[in-house]
Design a protein around this ligand. Sequence first.
Ligand SMILES: [Zn+2]
Length: 308
Amino acid sequence: MTGHHSYTGRFAPSPSGPLHFGSLIAALASFLDARHHHGQWLLRMEDIDEPRCVGGADKLILDTLEAHHLHWDGEVMYQSAEHARYQALTDQFIRQGLAYRCSCTRKMIKEAGGTYPGTCRDKHITGDGTAIRLKMTSPVTRFDDRIMGQVHVTDAHALEDTVLKRRDGLFSYNLVVVADDIHQGVTHIVRGSDLLTTTATHLSLYKLLQARAPAYAHVPVASVSEGRKLSKQNHAAALNNATPSENLAAALNFLGLALPEDGINAPPAEVLQWAVEHWGCDRIPRQREIIVAASESTYHRPFIFCGI
Ligand SMILES: [Zn+2]
């Protein structure tokens, strides 16, 4: 077990393609925060949604992290090997009356206004081919984020009876991410702000499980235009493993840690060492997204020099 450290962080990519600039930002931010605090940094492949996973993408991700000297601690965890644990947790929720089976279709929920109104809560539905939903009787709506400050979530989707297991048998992201972070003893989560409102759902799960919640820090996501984060869907370029220092410099600049001029040509290990020393949540832009411009090899945020 890895649960006895005062700081345990992690990076949890989904192996649906190679890492791009947006994923480098999340990897780098979580790595730097962990190393700055002398913590360990774990790696987890979020391959629970198997239909979306691409064969060999996990290997590409590991190669890219190695090329950027982002070395993780311990063995890589694969969610696809952990089904029994997720099933046991789902069963436990049902046994405790904290979850229930739901037979509503997507169409029915849409007709009910788009958010799930708890239709099946007291129907005592049994059997397969149904979704399993969490009874969110007292959802968490407020939390403190190390970067964003106090967050108040009003988004109805973050507060509805969240799906733990889908009708097609897939476990939900919300269930597995919390289950794994507890299982791996994760104390600090640093990730993209696209998950800011979802954090309320995660905190509700921690509360129901009577587990200690981690500290959260949400960094801005890189977007190609307003509301469109850089992703495989909008053809984000794979990181070039031959230019790790350049990629790291661009990602650091994005995070508010522009390298001193003479640092840009340093090898990646030196770039990271500098960044670990200079890391601090107060330097990170308190924004949910930053629009980046694509250049030939990478993406850039306009260079901002903060007190270097
Ligand atoms: Zn239902």
